[in-house]
Design a protein around this ligand. Structure first.
Ligand code: CU
Length: 223
């Protein structure tokens, strides 16, 4: 076999691949998104996603292992879970009492009857949309699976800010969802290579009408 050094073109390609700059690779963009409510306070637990508007449609790669939503302290955790279409979610009960999980949503209607510590089969989320979850034993338990048909999504932490990376430059629709959202937050963006201008999204939120958590969850109960 001929030594590599006799083939400068092969060496050049190898070097480019090692540097992550293969010939023909498209530059990628970064978008930072900041969510603010009507009082300019950061909005946590909002999901932001970018749908590419130009062909080709992005490849969706659900995780090979199921995403875990736990039931602990008589609450679901996380409260909001964004996933890509095709993701399986497994519900894990860490309490000493039994829980149930159900959804009546159009996106995914399902029911996991009462269960304890035993493992239950994962639930497949195979179409985009919002899936509200509940437990029919504990009315205050609420959680949401946000199923998106794009690899470009993130959930806001307490500071309301997320960064979405790896975007091919092009045209996108930015959407934001929150359990209490009362405003249309969709906007179209054209994103160039590199870091796009900060997208500040003002959202109108309905009042938080969640039923107070279980007395046990506060560590002692009502007196
Ligand atoms: Cu429960």
């Amino acid at each position: 076999m001929a030594p590599l050094q006799r083939h400068p073109i092969i060496l050049c390609l190898l070097a480019a691949a090692l540097l992550g700059a293969a010939p023909g690779a498209r530059a990628e963009s970064v978008v930072r998104i900041l969510t603010r409510d009507a009082k300019a306070a950061p909005v946590a637990d909002a999901v932001a996603w970018l749908i590419p508007l130009d062909p080709p449609a992005p490849t969706l790669t659900p995780p090979t292992e199921p995403v875990v939503v736990t039931q602990e302290g008589e609450e679901f955790s996380p409260y909001v879970t964004p996933v890509v279409v095709g993701t399986r979610v497994v519900f894990t009960n860490r309490d000493k009492i039994q829980h149930h999980v159900y959804s009546l949503s159009k996106t995914k209607r399902f029911d996991v009857p009462l269960f304890g510590a035993e493992a239950k089969p994962a639930v497949l989320f195979d179409q985009p949309g919002i899936v509200a979850l509940g437990c029919n034993i504990h009315d205050w338990m609420a959680s949401y699976i946000v199923v998106v048909a794009t690899p470009f999504f993130a959930k806001t932490p307490a500071d309301g800010a997320v960064t979405i990376t790896g975007l091919p430059p092009g045209n996108y629709r930015l959407e934001i969802w929150h359990p209490r959202l009362a405003s249309d937050t969709r906007r179209d963006l054209t994103i160039a290579a590199g870091e796009a201008p900060l997208q500040t999204i003002s959202v109108v939120l309905k009042a938080d009408r969640r039923i107070p958590r279980s007395p046990d969850a506060f560590g002692g109960g009502y007196k």
